[in-house]
Design a protein around this ligand. Sequence first.
Ligand SMILES: [Fe+2]
Length: 367
Amino acid sequence: MSPTAPTPVAEPAFALTPEIVKDVAASEATATIALIDLSPALAAPADQDPVSREQAEKQVADLLVGSFRETGFAVVTGHQVPCELLDAMAAVSRAFFALPLEEKLRVGFPSPEVIRGYEPVPAPDGSDREINLMESFLINQPSQVRDMAPGSAQERLWRWPSIWPDQPVELQGVFERYYRTMDALGARLLELVALGLDLPRDWFADKFDRHFSNLASNHYPPLDDTAEGQIRNRPHTDHGAMTLLHRPSEPGGLEVHAQGHWWRVGFEPGSLVLNVGDILDRWTNGQLPATPHRVLVPAGAAARQGRQSIALFQQPNPDASVAPAPQLAAAGGRDRVSLEAAGPHISRKELGSATVEALLGRRETSR
Ligand SMILES: [Fe+2]
């Protein structure tokens, strides 16, 4: 093995250090994430000649990848998702979260490892356990994928069908339409990422032909003044390839840690936030970093506003390798790579290693 060849291990280091986890409200965000208009790539006119179109696409791809290289994040407009769909998704989510708790719990997770349906705001348990001050409703692929042995742990973890509430009656239709729209946009964005990295345009495509991307609609309930300085969502890196986040409004508080300091994620109505997750970080050998981010409770009256966020987490085929693209393996600056597959990595991040090892066995989670 040459001196520069990577040594495979199960768990490469990430940017999420204990210092960042503990750094609650200790530092003000000092810079703002880039705002990028995607429309030259995604809405090119039909009569544009192919050469101009390719140039426009490459320019947008370079901007996107440049922002990801710098911070792991970008705020984007011109994404072509209809405002009407963004608004419908926010409205139906608000209507669901406004239901009585016992009604929402009727579609609670079927068991702790099956991440489908409603998850309430966790109750403080008297310990110093960090909790996130949000409730969520989650779905997975609208079209059932049957590639796991029936009754297996793998099927439980990655192929459990979505669960639907009786109310609001329009929720299922809106969620499925939103899922398919964001899934298609995400595939197109990965083409741009590939172009920006000088990889073949379709480099990511075969890793998503049996994906298990999760759509999570989150609600952070309004808080009183005593909550100032608390944390709504503790520092973490996202576990998938890329996250596509819609914020119907933004009372403030979303921050990213990159290049040694915190960055503010600005709000532009109708924009989406894109960010790199662990798996895209690994595929690019750290060239596009999965950066830690958090949601603080904003100061003053803004704390009393609730907050909504709606995230599509791109989760590739469960058996997709997360080893770096060979073209990037030597140039990423990371000296270790993971041979873990996408499914076990994501489940371990969501459920903890012990739970996943108990379900899948140690070999599958550490190969
Ligand atoms: Fe996140």
